[in-house]
Design a protein around this ligand. Structure first.
Ligand SMILES: Cc1cc2nc3c(=O)[nH]c(=O)nc-3n(C[C@H](O)[C@H](O)[C@H](O)COP(=O)(O)O)c2cc1C
Length: 211
């Protein structure tokens, strides 16, 4: 286990070319607002395209949200080495191509290499894998990364908090990612049991339920 005490712990964030670069952008915004973690960002070539196609931001504006930005081709960057201490890495969103690369140890660019470093150093690696529907190849790669120690955290919205906006959904997902690293936050409201029924709504007793 690596022991280190940088001024702020570091988290590597990868954004790949799956749909919804908003997931990584929102995560970076949360981390910037928290201010407790130093962020190291790598954006894949395909993600440059999805950022342009799916958001109103340009890649340089996304990069400006991070503390340190690494070129995807810079295989000599700090985060390419296990000797550079980090909390781990989140890839949000994670494309099926990058998932496959990580699942098979194919560290041909900085993003997949940094993920490989997390696996070999036994650091948390969270993959916000985004595709639908999923092929057997995708599913097998998810099993492979899970067996290797990564966490597959698909961007599945929850409705128990009654989200009223895309922002609410993104906040929930960013919060779930932060939870994986033990980073304290109040990005989303946590579940504390069911709220009492609203006046005028009759709740039918469920058969077999504890009264
Ligand atoms: C608009 C757009 C949306 C895409 N959405 C997805 C997606 O949701 N999941 C996925 O695995 N690939 C998606 N792709 C394809 C990836 O960008 C492509 O496989 C690319 O090679 C991934 O490279 P990367 O893993 O290096 O980012 C999308 C491409 C475009 C242009």
């Amino acid at each position: 286990m690596t022991r280190f005490s940088p001024a702020r712990p570091r988290l590597v964030v990868g954004i790949t070319g799956a749909s919804a670069p908003h997931l990584g952008i929102h995560l970076l915004r949360c981390l910037r607002d928290l201010g407790t973690v130093e962020t190291h960002l790598v954006i894949s070539q395909a993600a440059h395209r999805t950022i342009e196609l799916e958001t109103t931001m340009c890649p340089s504006e996304v990069a400006a949200l991070a503390d340190v930005v690494h070129r995807r081709g810079d295989i000599a960057a700090s985060i390419a080495s296990g000797s550079f201490p980090t909390l781990g890495m989140a890839v949000a969103p994670c494309s099926m191509r990058t998932l496959a690369g990580i699942a098979h140890g194919y560290g041909d660019d900085l993003l997949t290499r940094a993920a490989d470093v997390c696996l070999k150093e036994r650091r948390p690696l969270v993959l916000v894998a985004r595709e639908t529907p999923l092929s057997l190849v995708h599913l097998r790669n998810m099993v492979a990364v899970t067996e290797a120690g990564a966490t597959v955290l698909p961007p599945m919205p929850a409705f128990y908090q009654r989200p009223s906006s895309v922002e609410d959904v993104l906040a929930h997902l960013s919060g779930k990612v932060l939870d994986q690293f033990g980073i304290e936050h109040d990005v989303y409201p946590r579940w504390h049991g069911p709220v009492p029924p609203r006046p005028g709504i009759t709740v039918q007793p469920v058969e077999g339920a504890v009264s």
